[in-house]
Design a protein around this ligand. Sequence first.
Ligand code: ARG
Length: 588
Amino acid sequence: MKKMMDLIAEELAEAFEKAGYDKSYAKVTLSNRPDLCEYQCNGAMAGAKTYRKAPIMIANDVVDNLKESKYLEEVNAVNPGFINMKLNKKFVADYLNQMKSEESLGLEKTENPRMIVVDYGGPNVAKPLHVGHLRSAIIGESVKRIARKMGHKVLGDIHLGDWGYQMGLIITELKRRQPELPYFDEDFEGNYPKEAPFTIGELEEIYPTASAKAKEDEAYREEALHATYLLQNGHKGYTAIWNHIMQVSVSDLKKNYANLNVEFDLWKGESDAQAYIPDMIERLKEEGFAHVDEGALVIDVQEETDTKEIPPCMIQKSDGASLYGTTDLATLVQRVQDYHPDQVIYIADKRQELHFLQVFRAAKKTGIVPEKTDLQFLGFGTMNGKDGKPFKTREGGVMRLENLIAEITEEMYKKITDNRTVEEAEAQATAKVVGMSAIKYGDLSNQASKDYVFDVDRFTSFEGNTGPYILYTIVRIKSILNKYQAEGKALDGLQIEAAHNDSEKALMLETLKYNEVIENAFEEMAPHKICAFIYDLANAFNRFYHETKILAEENESVQKSYVALLVLTKQVLESCIDVLGFEAPERM
Ligand code: ARG
């Protein structure tokens, strides 16, 4: 369906032209004075100079040509030259009925589906999954779902950090602790053990220990760097350890992401890029894109128009080891070869902006990706605690994701069972679902690039701009619909009538924005716009609910119309929370 804003703009454009003005002035916006009107056009003011006329005269001319409008029931020219508009109630009802009849709820899928790879999550294998990776997972999952909803072909890739120095550190520490293991015996000929020599718990202790030692002890650091190099170059025993690390960590990661309702299509990692690295480097050298600078192999990415220095993209260290940029470039080689993406979106901490700028430029310049491929970086800010510093546990340590989820779920559980008797199993399940909305909405309702404060009390509140409030609203609608059905009345075949009162019309005007909001959120990669929308929509619904007797309404067709609007509102809310990555319980 055409977006409401476009329909009005079209009619307005015609009116501008009929009145002898250029239609480019017919821009429509939502009213910033909802007490006066619903939509407005400020084009008369913009045209005043061109036409050497007072804006109000232009506005009057345009309004004269809108008397026959199909969409508007009230149009006024107001000093100094605003055109204020109110939508025709019958037309609004028709629009909503049309939405209701379409499975897409009036959202027009793209005419040109693109192949999009979303690179998100990006946890580092063997390091505990901490809140820093939470944002990437939450935002990326939403961006992926929004793109899919728009009809694009999307692949979500977790891009594990599994090929770097941390692997060398673990190998080194393991060698210190258990030198007798066959992995360290260079002459070992047999089969390595199937069983990993550590559990996930041990692994998570080994990494920080090794990392701390390497910072103190230069020889240790050298050894870890060398182990990394050997691993990257196919050392048999180290590869076997690496496989163990992967097995143990990946099953743990899968569990964690499943808990978050985050689903990756691809579980590839930096290590998968290795196969593409030697040929890539060879070609880049041959074609003169890469040159040696202070022992390292680099690609210059500085451009003439840059106002500040952009350092070259490093692709090989002097010891031959690959770097972060190397694996990202080689991963692009693989992605282009396997998926031919039109667009690749990376979701990572905004402090990685320079890295991605270097990689994108190097990839374009060297032809690793075609010029037309869109490479986009969506950088997010830091999740802070109430003290304004990066979020920590109460003890000041790094907060593990599982613990954070457990803490929120616990808090929700308390709220749900407070003064109420709920069956234990249901209370647990509901606490989990509502807790998830608290975490995800709390994150997504902020513009991604901004830092935000993770405030458990605020995020778990049933009031205000929170996930639980949105779910509470959906549950309220479900409950009304259930009662309606319990009276033996059916939900299908209901028609929405022209609004009977103001709060109903206000709810209608919010509901019909759905297609525009989703489209816009996709274009701007901005899930927070969907949050802002559902918050407004939930508020509009609750106002309507408080001002209207729905189940007690005696006029049958009016009641049917109310219920039909509720059904649509619920569908819109559910579709929105689905792209945000959470769901609503039946009760709460
Ligand atoms: N593993 C990285 C980190 O923890 C994030 C990976 C982002 N994606 C990428 N293709 N570089 O910082």
